[in-house]
Design a protein around this ligand. Structure first.
Ligand code: IMP
Length: 182
């Protein structure tokens, strides 16, 4: 099923990136990661909840030895405005000293959440920290984050749902990405 528009509560969203385009881009990113992490045994660190579909599809394209781990933080609390306060719901339990970390994130919007996570991880002395994000809104960025090495899609500064991203808790299960209709 491929609806052109979807409605969640009071908002309508129109298709922006279809499922086939997402999957094709993930194959390309998988190839890059396989080339750049050969022999490095990276830890793929998913940031819940938004990463879950992107991470599941991406790891199927990774064929270097790697470990999978998760952290859970919340910053939007279900609406369309960032609260600029990052709540830590579940911390990474693994010792990451001497490891290469690839953070898997759904979206880097203002960058506030990623700045918080990267600083927290770097204090634990990993060899490297790199960010792989499904979406990036460059014009919304408020922080300098050099660690963003893999971006599946750069998008304009409009609210999106689907493929892991939610509006008021709904829409994460859509296999495509939809943009709000103003
Ligand atoms: P930040 O502004 O970069 O800190 O983004 C914080 C978090 O807000 C992201 O990890 C997402 O979970 C969420 N977020 C940001 N933009 C959107 C959007 O357009 N749709 C759904 N969630 C979003």
């Amino acid at each position: 099923m491929k609806p052109e528009t979807v409605t969640i509560e009071d908002k309508t969203f129109k298709i922006m990136i279809d499922a086939e385009t997402i999957q094709a881009r993930i194959v390309e990113i998988g190839i890059q990661i396989n080339q750049q992490y050969e022999g490095k045994k990276p830890v793929l660190l998913g940031i819940l909840n938004g990463c879950f579909l992107f991470m599941a599809d991406l790891v199927k394209q990774i064929d270097v030895a790697c470990e999978i781990a998760f952290m859970k933080v919340s910053s939007y609390h279900g609406g369309m405005e960032s609260k600029r306060v990052v709540t830590e719901d579940y911390d990474l339990k693994m010792d990451i000293g001497n490891r290469h970390i690839i953070i898997i994130e759904d979206i880097v919007d203002t960058g506030h959440t990623m700045r918080f996570i990267v600083d927290k991880l770097k204090a634990r002395n990993p060899v490297s920290v790199s960010i792989c994000t499904l979406l990036h809104k460059p014009t919304a960025m408020e922080y300098q984050i050099e660690e963003i090495n893999y971006i599946a899609f750069e998008i304009e500064n409009k609210f999106v749902v689907g493929y892991g991203l939610d509006y008021k808790g709904f829409g994460r299960n859509f296999n495509a990405i939809y943009q709000v209709v103003q």
